[in-house]
Ligand binder design. Structure first.
Ligand SMILES: Nc1ncnc2c1ncn2[C@@H]1O[C@H](COP(=O)(O)OP(=O)(O)OP(=O)(O)O)[C@@H](O)[C@H]1O
Length: 593
């Protein structure tokens, strides 16, 4: 039977698998609001809705993209100020203030994205924190526009085309209707190819890039989208409170948003709603405890973090899986995608000329030139630190070369971003097979098709074809986290082949495999080469490599010191002196027939 929602292993619903529980919770909250809540309770519920919107946005950049942004509070504050200025000072209503408040932080996010999104995680956090400080200073100092420390008063109530949701239930319902719309948009955004791209991007950005995923662009759009949500929440907050003061730009707003995201369940839309509801209700429940209030509040938060490190929705999901185990998802019918059309070219599949790279005083790769033809298997050997991995990194642009040229299928791709080189036809494996932490083997291979088949069900059907081709179809529904090393390699190879590359670069693929697994892997690599793929294998395992390679080059101190057939290489005096030693191990599996 065809799997109709093949991408949906951990995102089976808005809440990530806890949809029924959340719908029930939502119904209870709505029933409580309609039947029992007093005006104050409705106000708290309205505030919870405003926060929920900001936190749903935050789940995208923090939860899904995995970037610890500390700018969400600032974006929320900017949205509030935009409404204050456009609404109170220029006299426009909600129909104008709302889109403007969304636009202002979104544009700011796009402007600051280029410098900050490239930073390492802790520097990124600091940079986004700095943006908040600048915004706060601006709000206080730019008195003519922002009202300085006094802020802006007299913001009008929400009014949309003559309709004004009155205080109490109508306003609460209006805000929560926007939350529901925001939740659906965020849920849709996190599905499809992004569902597989996000975990890879969080876990191993290099592997994601090597699959052709443009993670810079994905981060950028996610950052901008999260800012848009914060701006929308800021607009609502300003219209509801009727004033805007510099407090909306202060750090506690950011801390509240972050806490709600973590307590509710990181990366989950339902978690944003649960966190916002809980954290706005908690102070109300404990208000009667006078001095003990803050202590109790802290103890409850701590208890939630300790008892449910995956957040409330994560804990719900786990409990549901424990008590109501899911039936295994049906597999799609495997479909051979057929050959990918490529423009005709002459010459080798992959060609590098004079590639060089230094790290400080270390010349890791020093003027290396090589080519690989269609169907050829080129081995690269050399002592530790001789530049083999750096060479592959240069050929996939994970490192930028100091000099030299790279041609793929006859097209010069020197210095192009990794995802472009991947899309140009180069696939690679890593020393540690890098599979997404969540999801099963089929998801992992489908991620390899994510940039080729925009339709998720075709990607899954094609992915199963390549898993079958590498003899790993029985692993399709096995979670990647429990795959043993040999199976991980197989799945990684299936994912690389699923990209239907012209060239396949493998970095120590036999490491950690048993002899039987090595022989099996050698067979898979031979079949790939037989289908026309140009293969480059970096390997220390000579019994694995010598019978497999058509040609071998040996590197030492970043330079090619020998090149030839496996037989010639194992007898080469320079190779023996630098690397192999006087004797060499016997092959572990038979050579090509
Ligand atoms: N990012 C980096 N920063 C600084 N030095 C680096 C970096 N990457 C590699 N090097 C240095 O470049 C040289 C070549 O390293 P590389 O990892 O390419 O060697 P290798 O032949 O793949 O080694 P091994 O067989 O141990 O994997 C080494 O001296 C290494 O320390």
């Amino acid at each position: 039977m065809r799997d109709r929602v093949p991408w949906a292993s951990s995102w089976t619903g808005i809440a990530g698998g806890a949809t029924p529980a959340l719908v029930l919770a939502g119904a209870l909250v709505a029933a409580h609001a309609v039947l029992f809540a007093d005006p104050y309770g409705l106000r708290v519920l309205t505030v919870a809705g405003v926060y929920a919107l900001a936190v749903i946005g935050y789940q995208m950049i923090f939860g899904k993209a995995g970037a610890l942004s500390l700018a969400q509070g600032t974006f929320h504050g900017l949205g509030a100020y935009a409404t204050g200025i456009v609404g109170s000072q220029l006299g426009y209503g909600f129909a104008v203030t709302f889109p403007v408040s969304i636009l202002v932080p979104t544009v700011l996010a796009l402007v600051i994205a280029a410098p900050v999104l490239r930073l390492e995680s802790h520097y990124f956090a600091l940079a986004t924190l700095g943006i908040g400080q600048v915004a706060l200073l601006g709000a206080v100092e730019w008195q003519g526009v922002t009202g300085g420390s006094n802020g802006i008063a007299g913001v009008a109530a929400i009014e949309l085309f003559g309709w004004r949701p009155g205080r109490g239930l109508p306003l609460a319902l209006f805000v929560w209707a926007l939350v529901a719309a925001g939740a659906v948009i965020a849920w849709r955004y996190g599905r499809g190819w992004r569902r597989l791209a996000f975990p890879l991007m969080r876990d191993n950005p290099a592997a994601a890039r090597a699959l052709g995923i443009d993670i810079d662009r994905l981060r950028l759009e996610t950052f901008a989208l999260s800012a848009a949500y914060a701006g929308a929440a800021g607009a609502l907050a300003a219209h509801i409170q009727r004033v805007v003061s510099p407090e909306v730009l202060e750090f506690p707003v950011m801390v509240t948003i972050l806490t709600m995201a973590v307590i509710g369940g990181r990366g989950r839309v339902g978690g944003a709603i649960a966190g916002a509801l809980l954290l706005t209700q908690l102070p109300e429940w404990f208000r009667g405890w006078e001095r003990g209030y803050l202590l109790l509040y802290g103890v409850v938060l701590l208890a939630v973090v300790v008892a449910a490190p995956w957040g409330l929705v994560g804990a719900l999901e786990r409990a549901r899986r424990r008590w109501l185990p899911e039936r295994p998802r049906p597999l799609p019918v495997p479909v051979d995608p057929g050959p990918r059309p490529t423009p005709p070219f002459r010459g080798p599949m992959l060609y590098v000329a004079g590639l060089s790279k230094s790290f400080g005083g270390v010349r890791a790769v020093d003027g290396v030139s090589l080519w690989i033809d269609r169907g050829e298997i080129l081995g690269v050997i050399g002592p530790n630190g001789s530049g083999k991995t750096t060479l592959i990194n240069l050929m996939t642009s994970l490192e930028k070369p100091d000099g030299g040229k790279l041609y793929v299928r006859g097209v010069e791709m020197t210095g192009m971003p990794t995802h472009r080189i991947a899309r140009g036809g180069v696939a690679r494996g890593f020393q540690m097979a890098s599979l997404p932490p969540d999801g099963d083997a089929l998801d992992a291979v489908a991620a390899g098709r994510a940039m080729i088949d925009k339709d998720p069900s075709s990607a899954a059907a094609h992915a199963l074809h390549f898993l079958t081709l590498t003899g790993a179809a029985d692993l399709a529904r096995t979670p990647c986290s429990v795959l043993p090393p040999g199976s991980r390699r197989r799945v990684e190879l299936a994912r690389a082949l699923a990209r239907q590359p012209g060239a396949l670069l493998l970095d120590e693929p036999a490491a950690g495999l048993t002899e039987a697994e090595q022989a099996d892997l050698a067979g898979q690599i031979r079949s790939a080469a037989a289908s026309g793929v140009a293969v480059l294998i970096v390997e220390h395992n000579m019994p694995f490599l010598l019978p497999l390679a058509d040609r071998i080059i040996c590197l030492d101190e970043g330079r090619i010191i020998a090149e030839g057939t496996p037989d010639a290489i194992r007898r080469d005096p320079a190779v023996m002196a630098a690397y192999l030693g006087p004797s060499h191990p016997e092959p572990a599996h038979p050579g090509p027939a």
